[in-house]
Design a protein around this ligand. Structure first.
Ligand SMILES: [Zn+2]
Length: 358
């Protein structure tokens, strides 16, 4: 009996040493020919603790939606990748099946050309939301709902997903006629906030970008339903629903106005200061319930230009509590002081607290 235990222990010690070398969730992703944009996003999602638990414990299987346009296939491939990344068995893996499935759904992601990680993330969120659905209870008194809640219900139609509940928020857009002051309010859902950077600034802060986003803009020639004429209007955005996981994208790429015809993209290398802890959304979204403090846990970085660029991810492991750099197949520990850089392209903030993936 003692011997048995000893033998067992020996094996498990070896296993522990072996796991430690690779580290669970510290698995790289092979570059399959300019797939670093995809790898960067997968690693950010793979460090979203609640999502990882959902895929690893098999709960997602109850929600796979075969009637979605993607027939649940994207969700199944993402689940397989997450499980492999957390198995501790591999130093790095290749995501050929996921990539094939993604390529089947969207031609742009099929080839070997560099793509935009933000575009990939946005479309992946929509696919995963459609692929993993469950029915939520309809609100008991639809008529007594606040306008934003009503719009949210009309958007979801009680078809929800963990993706929706984690990542999707809502924006209220108010367009006001500058002549008669007639207001038109619409609501839109988002899976990430896409923020402009202040013009001609070498440095700015996330709070500057949020203020700019929410500051309002003039729309010339708005068809005012009251004046029944084209008027100048002011469009103002407000966040009406904040998700538990807030994803923020910086619009670093823009079409060069001087080379508009050539559709040449330029990149803003602005250094953006953002908090690693304590992003307080109560100031920017005072109307939102539960707009508590957010903690940064992942960053998708972009280096170089639009055509010849490279993506990496910086993620904080919920298991080890440290930051790691995911550069395709190579994963290395980095100090938290390295996380802020002018390469930061998409930020992943969580208000869920330190939910630990085990
Ligand atoms: Zn008007």
């Amino acid at each position: 009996m003692v011997l048995k235990v000893k033998v067992r222990l020996k094996v498990s010690q070896n296993q522990i040493a072996w796991l430690f070398r690779r580290g669970r969730g510290l698995t790289g992703l092979k570059n399959l020919g300019n797939t670093c944009y995809m790898n960067s996003i997968i690693q950010c999602l793979n460090n979203t603790a609640i999502l990882v638990a959902y895929f690893r414990n098999g709960q997602y299987l109850e929600h796979v939606n075969r009637s979605a346009s993607t027939r649940g296939a994207i969700a199944e491939e993402v689940a397989a990748v997450v499980r492999a990344l957390w198995s501790g068995q591999y130093r790095f893996i290749a995501t050929r099946d996921l990539r094939n499935e993604v390529g089947k759904q969207q031609r742009a992601f099929r080839g070997c050309e560099q793509q935009d990680s933000h575009e990939f993330l946005t479309i992946l969120m929509d696919w995963l939301h459609l692929d993993l659905q469950f029915r939520a209870d309809a609100p008991p008194h639809k008529d007594s709902l606040a306008p934003s809640e009503k719009a949210w219900y009309e958007y979801t139609k009680s078809k929800e997903s963990l993706i929706l509940r984690l990542f999707y928020g809502q924006i209220k857009s108010t367009v006001r006629c500058t002549v008669c002051s007639k207001q038109s309010v619409t609501y839109e859902s988002f899976s990430n906030l896409s923020l402009e950077l202040p013009a001609n600034a070498n440095r700015c802060s996330l709070s500057d970008c949020l203020k700019l986003y929410l500051s309002g803009e003039t729309i010339p020639g708005w068809n005012c339903p009251n004046c029944k004429d084209k008027r100048d209007a002011v469009k103002k955005l407000d966040i009406s629903k904040l998700p538990p996981v807030l994803v923020i994208h910086f619009k670093r790429f823009y079409v060069d106005p001087k080379e508009y015809q050539a559709n040449a993209y330029r990149k803003k290398q602005t250094y953006i200061d953002f908090p690693l802890e304590g992003l307080d959304m109560r100031q920017v979204a005072p109307a939102c319930p539960g707009a508590a403090a957010y903690e940064l846990y992942a960053v998708s970085n972009h280096y170089g230009s639009m055509e010849g660029g490279h993506y990496t991810a910086y993620c904080k492991s919920s298991l080890y509590g440290k930051w790691y750099k995911y550069d395709d197949h190579v994963v290395t520990e980095i100090p938290a002081s390295d996380v802020k850089s002018s390469a930061a392209y998409i930020l992943f903030y969580s208000s869920c607290g330190p939910a630990r993936a085990s």
